[in-house]
Ligand binder design. Sequence first.
Ligand code: GSH
Length: 188
Amino acid sequence: MIKIYGTRDSRAFRCLWALEESGLAYELIPVDWRTRETRTPEFLALNPNGHVPVFEQDGLVLVESLAINLHISQLAPDALSAAGSVDQSHIIQWTIWAMGELEGPHDAANRGETDVDDELRQRALGVLDQHLEQSPYLVSEAFTVADLNVASVLMRPKYMPYVSNHKHVDAWFKRSATRPALAKALGR
Ligand SMILES: N[C@@H](CCC(=O)N[C@@H](CS)C(=O)NCC(=O)O)C(=O)O
């Protein structure tokens, strides 16, 4: 059985969303970072970074939410993958883009570095908008783990004004964020 360590209101929701999309059975093991459960010796033995989510299955331990989702997509290729190696490379490209171009600036903004981050977010959302003008989803004509990973990184209040200011991003985001699997992942 797949185990995900974390809580629904942490970045673990990204992996729960991927698991709900995939239809794979899983167990959520509650680990609350707010009460520093991520700093116990037992948890640090699982993830020395001291972060949730962690994925565990049959002795395999994986960390980093978006990497975990790439793995989940391999376990359930019909649900979240696209056919063909070029599409797979694009899925990896958009996943790394989400970490590098979206998550990084967002975390910097949380630390109060507002000016440069505003410019970075405008530019990143512009790139996304231009791409989504051509296609309803990021890779191929269907929803894949690339959409899930990028949308889940954007799913934070500070990104919402940028999302709604970009017409194609806004439509794609609404398509992604209203998927029933996300509601289940969030326990709604
Ligand atoms: N890049 C990591 C970041 C994980 C992360 O920062 N998780 C937060 C919760 S959303 C956490 O565990 N924080 C606990 C801490 O830093 O002590 C990922 O995407 O999995």
